[in-house]
Design a protein around this ligand. Structure first.
Ligand SMILES: Cc1cc2nc3c(=O)[nH]c(=O)nc-3n(C[C@H](O)[C@H](O)[C@H](O)COP(=O)(O)OP(=O)(O)OC[C@H]3O[C@@H](n4cnc5c(N)ncnc54)[C@H](O)[C@@H]3O)c2cc1C
Ligand code: SF4
Length: 481
């Protein structure tokens, strides 16, 4: 191929950053297209409003039947959401992965149901490259809430995270890590490949569709079309296309490209979560800690309750003030002012609930995104139980007052799920679209069922596995582009 690439990767987050970095370091000609900007450690400072503008996707919402909404948070920058996330690095539970085979018939290629063990070598590589380590350097706010967990027969244990010894526990992870101690695909996989001149990264590049041509073997991806910052359109050709624009975006990209698989954009999981805050007598300074250094895993499995509670943090002031609510609804006026004045005295826990992938993302007749959420009674019961437990923990720990946020989704998964059964999945077990050859998915939309833990390590493990597969396929593929 003279004027094209071996692989074009759409999106530079947990999935796309890993696929692009692995393949570029392997010597393949890789083009990485990212709609956001390339900001790095030297740009990051604790300025909540500016970071939200520079690094985040505009907030998205889905209505709930009771008039409330689910709020979706994700990044739009090089490194994707890994640039602004809290960097908790957990392998999926065996039971989470066992659900994948049940959902889509996913096997491991050797005829057995896909299992956690099939991911372990890829987890190990990511953990090694990112320096995943245990965070037992707990600060005051953890010791404040821990007695509450113990009083309720539970306990906290240290998390693992992709933060190295340079992490100064500043707590500004959601505005980009100013020390570089917090790892992202931006300051690892992508930076390593760029430093060696091995990767073509184009930013402010909005991919609008995958170029698909009919061949004797059926429809085949041959590149993508994207718009640059000035609105000019470009077409690039590549032997393989990897869509890794995030679980809310990749299904839309494939729909815009003409794919019609019935599972596309469906079976989306939210991993619904909310922060629950306790107001204590003493300052906790939970905004100046590595945000999530501990978690309670007692209720992780569906049979045990189906939720995980992480500790202990508060959101930065704008997000904190605009989301506080209690049993009377959102705080407002004098009560809100009074609550925010005590900002330093809150310690918050994050309750994340196992869901059953009942959301969807589709395009309306005008081509605009439509996100729908259809939480079922079993999911609503888990959500209520997780909030009640968090409330009781904080009260038992001595909180004078407890507030909480509405439901947020930071861990969207599914929408292009992988499986052996084309009727229940969008891509096959290697990540290639059932409908279109050489079109692969490499992000959180692959996951057939949501995990009970934070998903990014699993997204990176799957992306590592996809890169390995593409190397094999390219080494066997001698055809010109
Ligand atoms: C506040 C927050 C905290 C989190 N904390 C954790 C945590 O502690 N641990 C954990 O495991 N997970 C965490 N997550 C979730 C985790 O970061 C995501 O699950 C993961 O990054 C998803 O990877 P992805 O590749 O699917 O998408 P992303 O990482 O979101 O990357 C998608 C990329 O594609 C780009 N893109 C989208 N559309 C286009 C287009 N048309 N053209 C070009 N580019 C496009 C986007 O700008 C983005 O950069 C957190 C998420 C949030 C929001
Ligand atoms: S807490 Fe650690 S990882 Fe997060 S922004 Fe601060 S230094 Fe970076």
């Amino acid at each position: 191929m003279k004027d094209g690439f071996d692989v074009v990767v759409v999106g530079s987050g947990a999935g796309g950053g890993v696929v692009a970095g692995e393949l570029a370091q392997g010597g393949y000609r890789v083009l990485l297209l990212e709609v956001g900007r390339h900001l790095t450690t030297q740009d990051f400072r604790r300025w909540e409003a500016k970071a939200t503008h520079d690094l985040f996707w505009p907030l998205r919402f889905a209505p709930l039947p009771d008039g409330d909404v689910v709020t979706f948070l994700a990044a739009r920058c090089v490194g994707g959401t890994t640039t602004i996330n809290t960097k908790v690095a957990l392998r999926a539970h065996e039971e989470d992965v066992a659900k994948w085979h049940l959902a889509t018939g996913l096997t491991n290629g050797a005829g057995r149901p896909f299992a956690r063990a099939d991911l372990d070598p890829y987890y190990a590589r990511v953990e090694d490259l990112l320096g995943v380590r245990e965070r037992s350097d707990w600060q005051k706010c953890i010791y404040t809430v821990r007695p509450g967990f113990r009083a309720l027969g539970a306990d906290l244990e240290p998390v693992h995270s992709y933060t190295d010894a340079e992490c100064q526990s500043y707590g500004s992870c959601l505005q980009g890590c100013p020390t570089g101690g917090g790892k992202s695909t931006m300051n690892t996989y992508i930076a390593w490949a760029l430093a060696r001149g091995l990767l073509d990264l184009r930013t402010s590049a909005q991919v609008e569709r995958v170029l698909i041509e009919d061949t004797a073997a059926g429809p085949q991806a041959v590149g993508v079309e994207y718009a640059d910052a000035a609105g000019a359109r470009h077409r690039v050709r590549a032997r393989y296309v990897v869509a890794a624009a995030g679980a809310l975006n990749t299904p839309q990209l494939l729909l815009r490209s003409g794919l019609r698989n019935g599972a596309l954009g469906r079976h989306v999981g939210l991993h619904p979560a909310r922060l629950v805050y306790g107001l204590f007598d003493e300052p906790q300074d939970a905004h100046r800690v590595y945000p999530i250094s501990a978690h309670c895993m007692k209720f992780q499995r569906d049979a045990d309750g189906g939720f995980v509670v992480e500790a202990a943090t508060v959101m930065d002031p704008i997000a904190f003030a605009t989301t506080l609510r209690d049993e009377h609804g959102p705080l407002w006026g004098a009560r809100l002012v009074e609550a925010v004045r005590a900002y330093r005295r809150y310690a918050g826990v994050l309750a994340m609930v196992n869901d059953e992938n009942n959301a969807s993302v589709q395009l309306d007749a005008g081509g605009a995104e439509r996100i729908a959420v259809d939480l079922q009674p079993s999911e609503l019961a888990r959500i209520a139980a997780a909030r009640q437990f968090s409330h009781d923990v904080l009260r038992a720990a001595g909180a004078r007052q407890v507030y909480w946020t509405g439901l947020i989704s930071t861990h969207v998964q599914g929408g292009c799920r992988m499986g052996d059964d084309p009727a229940r999945s969008v891509v096959d077990r290697r990540g290639e679209a059932h409908e279109v050859k050489r079109l692969f998915v490499g992000d959180a939309s692959l996951l057939p069922r949501t995990l009970s833990v934070n998903p990014s390590l699993t997204v990176m493990a799957l992306a590592t596995r996809l890169a390995e597969h593409l190397v094999t396929e390219m080494s066997e593929d001698l055809s010109p582009a």
